[in-house]
Design a protein around this ligand. Structure first.
Ligand code: AMP
Length: 279
């Protein structure tokens, strides 16, 4: 496994990789969720590149860029065990040279929910992912359903900009008690950590309403609000039922729907989601 920190090193290492190459973009502080993407990449690619870059342009001024958890050595140990070929961990200046002024921005699907609450977030994501695609030139790239809106935004961008890259969206990996794995879970106090699986329990209760025939999104959302009222540490920011492709809110569920949650525990904001589908 090769750790590369400059574009020059990346290009040299990339030139000798067996094709097809799979890319797994991450912000580091890796967990089983990230590793599941690496494993998926190995199943269909001859070489795997993992990028580790805490992308400053996707954090708002009030967000957690400075305190975002980092542990490169631990990440490298984990990736070594997964037989990754290249770890691309650029310095900020390598990705954003002085006088940087070029952005990629996707329109409609970035507007609601995360886009509305985190202005500029998706512009930062699509810009850095475009740069990772250009620098690594993978044939495939692997993203998690955990960040459901991000996944749709990337699919839209790749289709709209003709990136010759096959995007795979991989399922959410959870802790034994149902909490979706996230680097941000480390911010939780012990009491908050104990309360946090309420996101998954709420999603499962929505699924059972759906399976029992409920199709009115307002009824499902109200029942989730009631579940969160029982946990004083949890403060839902949004509970949404949307079209999984457009992220527009749905009134009556016709076929598929996506339930999305953003919930605060103290200052920590957790997101989770579940697809409701007749199948
Ligand atoms: P991050 O390091 O948080 O930017 O995440 C890097 C990639 O890992 C993104 O595509 C995430 O959606 C994905 N990811 C994060 N957590 C999980 C999880 N629990 N299960 C599956 N994928 C995940």
């Amino acid at each position: 496994m090769k750790l590369v920190r400059t574009l020059k090193e990346l290009r040299e290492a990339r030139a000798s990789l067996a094709e097809p190459v799979g890319l797994v973009p991450t912000m580091g502080y890796l967990h089983e969720g990230h590793l599941s993407l690496v494993q998926a990449a190995h199943r269909s690619c001859a070489s795997v590149v993992v990028s580790i870059f805490v992308n400053p342009t996707q954090f708002g001024p009030q967000e957690d860029l400075a305190r975002y958890p980092r542990d490169l050595q631990h990440d490298l140990d984990l990736l070594e065990k997964e037989n990754v070929d290249i770890v691309w961990a650029p310095e900020d200046g390598e990705m954003y040279p002085p006088d940087y002024q070029t952005w990629v921005s996707v329109e409609n699907v970035t507007r609601p929910l995360e886009g509305e609450l985190r202005p500029g977030h998706f512009r930062g994501v699509t810009t850095v992912v475009s740069k990772l695609f250009n620098t690594v030139q993978p044939q495939k790239a692997f993203f998690g359903q955990k960040d459901a809106q991000q996944a749709q935004v990337i699919l839209r961008m790749v289709a709209d900009l003709n990136f010759p890259i096959d995007i795979q969206i991989c399922p959410i990996i959870r802790e034994a008690d149902g909490l979706a794995m996230s680097s941000r879970n480390t911010y939780l106090s012990p009491a908050e950590r104990q309360a946090a699986p309420i996101l998954n329990r709420a999603l499962l209760s929505a699924r059972s309403l759906y399976e029992n025939g409920e199709r009115n999104a307002a009824v499902i959302k109200n029942s989730l609000q009631d579940i969160f009222k029982e946990e004083p540490l949890a403060r839902p920011q949004y509970i949404a039922v949307v079209d999984p492709a457009t992220f527009e809110e749905i009134g009556i569920i016709q076929d598929k729907a996506l339930i999305l949650l953003a919930v605060y525990f103290g200052k920590t904001r957790l997101i989770d989601n579940l697809i409701l589908s007749g199948k």
